[in-house]
Design a protein around this ligand. Structure first.
Ligand code: TA6
Length: 283
């Protein structure tokens, strides 16, 4: 893993396994990402928490017929390409050759290559996933930065930015539903794929006296997920910690899947920032 420790920027942990960010603590602040104490760190599993990478498909894929769930990228060992630092940031660059080594699908998806830039700044973390089509044919893929935000209590936060957006409810129903509420408050298992939205999402967390913002570029989908008590109890690596996490995932999935021409590239960026509830940048 790469462990960055900086007096003025804070700390960042990134595993080569799955290029998975597992920890980000701004200098003088509290952890922004939730990491399960029950993670098992097995080679054939994603670590539970932080920012797992879903690529080149999400869940079981558009047809719900692909395995492993959320694609092979988060199970692969990525190469560490560079660690660079300046006065205001430290950047970790990781790369994955053909995502399909071992011929995961036997099709053109295997020929996608990826580079991932994790950039630690002051009270901010920028995650950029660049995908390149190294095959000779157009390839359509899905992707998600499956960010587990640390919250005081998921039952007491407000999720801003998705008013009027359409979402696919993964708990059932195939047709998109429009979110009529201006602010989303969770009171039960929530598993929604918002499509056609480029909006910044802000999680307002009075209990932690902070607001977590997820800005994005190159992303048209946002996934919001918390399993709630019953589902969490059935997940050996999640369990009782469910009130303290909320996934706000920067993605391109389902109708927002990306099609790349041969040799083309696409970059999706999530910019995470922490603001104190007084409104200024804080940690
Ligand atoms: O992003 C939400 C979701 O698709 C949920 O349906 C749930 O499966 C979650 O991802 C976690 O998936 P994982 O394979 O990491 O346990």
């Amino acid at each position: 893993m790469v462990a960055v420790r900086s007096d003025h920027l804070g700390s960042l942990d990134v595993y080569l396994h799955g290029a998975q960010v597992t920890g980000w603590v701004p200098s003088g602040g509290d952890p922004v990402l939730w990491l399960s104490p029950l993670s098992r760190y097995h080679a054939n599993e994603a670590i539970r928490g932080g920012v797992p990478l879903c690529f080149p498909w999400f869940g079981g894929g558009p047809g719900d017929d692909l395995t492993p769930s959320h694609g092979p990228a988060r199970l692969r060992e990525w190469r560490l390409e560079a660690v660079t630092e300046s006065s205001d940031h430290v950047e970790v660059v990781l790369a994955l050759g053909r995502v399909g080594d071992g011929r995961v699908t036997g099709g053109p998806l295997d020929a996608l290559a990826a580079a991932y830039r994790v950039r630690l700044g002051r009270s901010r973390l920028d995650l950029a996933l660049e995908v390149r089509n190294s095959s000779g044919v157009p390839v359509t893929f899905e992707e998600a930065l499956h960010t587990y935000l640390a919250v005081s209590d998921v039952r007491a936060v407000a999720v801003e930015g998705l008013a009027g957006a359409d979402y696919l409810d993964r708990r059932g129903g195939r047709d998109p539903v429009r979110q009529e509420e201006s602010v989303l408050r969770l009171g039960a298992e929530t598993d929604r794929i918002y499509v056609g939205t480029t909006a910044t999402v802000v999680v307002d967390d009075p209990g932690a006296a902070r607001r977590l913002a997820v800005r994005k570029t190159g992303s048209a989908s946002t996934v919001v997920w918390n399993p709630w008590a019953e589902k969490a109890a059935a997940m050996a690596d999640l369990g009782a910690g469910w009130p303290h996490m909320l996934c706000v995932e920067t993605a391109n999935v389902r109708r927002d899947a990306v099609t790349l021409a041969p040799g083309a590239r696409h970059t999706m960026v999530a910019g995470l920032t922490v603001e104190d509830r007084a409104g200024g940048p804080g940690a």
